[in-house]
Design a protein around this ligand. Sequence first.
Ligand SMILES: NC(=O)c1ccc[n+]([C@@H]2O[C@H](COP(=O)([O-])OP(=O)(O)OC[C@H]3O[C@@H](n4cnc5c(N)ncnc54)[C@H](O)[C@@H]3O)[C@@H](O)[C@H]2O)c1
Length: 389
Amino acid sequence: MNTAASAFGSRGIRILLVGAGVRGAMWARVIAEAPGATLAGIVDRDEARASRARDDHAPGALVARDFDAALARSGGAADAMVIATPPSTHHALVSRALAHRLHVLCEKPLSEDVDEVTDLIAQTKAARRHLLVGMNFRYLPSSQRIRRYVCTGELGAPSYAHFTYHRQRDGNRDDLNDYVMSMAHPMLLEQSIHHFDLLRYCYDAEVESLVCDTWRPSWSTYEGDCCVSVLFRFANGVRANYLGTWTAAWNRMHFRWRTEFEGGALIQREQFEDLVRVDFDRGLGLRGPNFKGDGEAETPVVEPLEPCTPFVDDTRGLLAEFLGACRGELEPVTTAGDHLESLLVVQACIESLASGGWVTLQELRDRFAARPALARPTGEGPVPGGGPS
Ligand SMILES: NC(=O)c1ccc[n+]([C@@H]2O[C@H](COP(=O)([O-])OP(=O)(O)OC[C@H]3O[C@@H](n4cnc5c(N)ncnc54)[C@H](O)[C@@H]3O)[C@@H](O)[C@H]2O)c1
């Protein structure tokens, strides 16, 4: 715990954590180490997991099997809640937290059901509280840098992109969660949603339309489809071609995100790092070999990025946004309202799969009475001085 001064007193914002599984254990560490926050309690149906997280990270925290017991035992001494349980539990848990007037940060997907998300947004507004969602990869230095290039126009306007994520994720591993094994769309809802969110966030643009296909290779450990292919058209004209999978035939993780701008290219070659920039030399196309290799084409320049421990430092960035919002110091951007737009992209993928054709996002926004989320100022992060989201 850190004693940063705030309206919340020397203990800072007191947070209850619900869910102490794979992700919850990470949250326990990040909250316990955060300036201006105290991990007041850890709740898990599996009390042994909650106790382990407490022993590892926050010896003073209370441990309980359910939310009501935790609130009762804390004597109402909580300001906020972080939820890291399976998606099917999110709507009920967020609703109860808001009813107790707690600010909430909930893991993704906020729900598998778009109507539940619009309901939570309405509840959040009525309670005058903040509801943020676990889109932590926005806070990777590589993501922030790509967004900065787009927002400053330093390389000209972005034109098109290729995003590939090949991972052989064996769902039978002991250190992975189980609930995804039987989800209808595990890749779309659990993993691709991060990638869709990054495309929206970094390109500072909403999806205008898309066409999607998904499938299940014969050796997949999942019941649902784990291969997702999408062609996006963004409102700013950017085209993006996406392939993401948890079922590969090579155990080497392979990540590549390449964006072509008018003045060059950005290529991220590893999942959490290794971003290079190419300064496009148009005249070079007329000289040298027709098919250029290394040493014949422009030399990529490594983008220097801050060191980052994946899942820790990016989660710290997201938690800092949440704490700033709770203190009324900034207008958060990683909100439920913003997340709704990424979930509509997932919904559009599912509908495209059914129809076999292009789906227009505006049609879904109209149907679900959603406003485009990117009505926010252009910039790198949260905006200072905001009210409840
Ligand atoms: N943002 C990220 O980088 C990231 C990474 C991994 C997982 N996640 C998300 O975190 C969430 C949890 O995933 P996980 O991998 O930790 O799952 P997990 O199965 O490892 O852990 C979930 C925990 O929640 C507990 N639980 C379930 N229902 C509960 C309830 N009603 N009350 C109290 N405890 C309950 C379970 O006992 C379990 O310990 C999911 O939404 C997942 O998508 C996010």
